[in-house]
Design a protein around this ligand. Structure first.
Ligand code: TRP
Length: 334
């Protein structure tokens, strides 16, 4: 147990989780949980960095936790917890705010992209988002952080804060914080929108048809895939840069039915979009069904869900408070 490497990761409870969240994040956690000591949080404090509905926050938070479990996260192996229930996250975030240079933050690509989307409503919290994420990670002395491509820069920031701003300045030769490594999954880490194979599948895309939510019913899945962008060529290819939609759907298909992309490319060499989409629809419905069934049971068993979240919180809190204490004492607090 002791020498297992530690993992920390999280997903925001904004709206419904979709295929991209599952294949890009949660599915990888499921594969990693047995060989690692795993902490998984529902990052509700990140969810309020954009305009949100206070009537839905609690419900979405619980539903996200239930989906982690429904996707195969084992509560006996992982600590699942809600970020806002552990005050150490916000406290360490404040301390890191004060020692992180402004110009490091001004480079954050996701902030630039999101602030364009949000127009006049950009909050300071959105700017600070990567620091809160650094606090999430550093509190747990995480060795490894499984993230999608788009979070690489945020992970690099967490590493720099730990190394250059905390350890180098306050450590007197001994490290205070562990410097984490990213795990970027080869496949799945970038599931693209159904309408645009060059844009990431995202909860914040105003077009519902751009993503498949994990709780979508068979009719909705069918409609969305039928309407998904295609092209006028025959054959489904992976490595043709002119055909990003073909690449994206083939990748999703290959992960869901566990077949090699290379084999599928041969199998679909002469297949048209109509036939491929039919297979795709069947596959997606079949793959999501067991998740949806488990989800229904869990979300109706509030007692069990709360018990799992309480245990996760207790485990997480012990580790987080110890780290926070260590940081505060090195930084000179009374
Ligand atoms: N920013 C991450 C995302 O949107 C979510 C996140 C918050 C996270 N804190 C984290 C991921 C800590 C990994 C580790 O994908």
């Amino acid at each position: 147990m002791k020498n297992k490497k530690r993992i920390l990761s999280g997903v925001q409870p904004t709206g419904d989780l979709h295929l991209g969240n599952w294949l890009g994040a949660i599915k990888n956690w499921v594969d990693l949980q047995y060989e690692h000591e795993t902490f998984l949080c529902v990052v509700d404090l990140h969810a309020i960095t954009a305009k949100y509905d206070s009537k839905k926050l609690a419900k979405d938070t619980l539903s996200t936790a239930a989906l982690y479990l429904a996707c195969g996260i084992n509560p006996d192996k992982c600590s699942i917890f809600i970020q806002s229930q552990i005050p150490a996250h916000t406290e360490l975030c404040w301390i890191l705010n004060c020692i992180t240079p402004m110009n490091w933050m001004e480079r954050m690509i996701q902030f630039k992209e999101k602030s364009i989307q949000q127009g006049n409503n950009v909050s300071i919290g959105l700017f600070n988002y990567p620091i809160l994420m650094a606090a999430d990670i550093l509190l747990y002395d995480a060795d490894l952080v499984p993230v999608g491509e788009d979070q690489k820069q945020h992970l690099e920031l967490a590493r720099n804060i730990a190394q250059q701003r905390v350890n180098a300045e306050f450590g007197k030769g001994e490290p205070i914080l562990k410097v984490p490594e990213a795990i970027i999954m080869k496949n799945g880490s970038k599931i693209m929108s159904l309408n645009d194979g060059l844009k990431k599948m995202s909860k914040s895309d105003p077009n519902e048809g751009s993503r498949i939510n994990l709780l979508d019913d068979a009719d909705t899945i069918t409609k969305k895939i039928k309407r998904a962008k295609s092209d006028s060529k025959v054959g489904i290819e992976f490595n043709n840069s002119q055909r990003p939609e073909s690449r994206n759907l083939l990748m999703i298909y290959s992960i869901l039915n566990n077949k090699d992309i290379k084999d599928l490319e041969i199998e679909f060499e002469n297949t048209g979009w109509g036939t491929f989409k039919k297979l795709m629809i069947e596959q997606v419905i079949e793959s999501l069904l067991p998740i949806q069934e488990r989800y229904k049971v869990l979300i109706d068993d509030r007692h069990e869900l709360n018990k799992i979240l309480l245990k996760g919180r207790e485990n997480a809190e012990k580790v987080a408070n110890k780290t926070l204490h260590r940081v505060k004492s090195h930084l000179g607090f009374y």
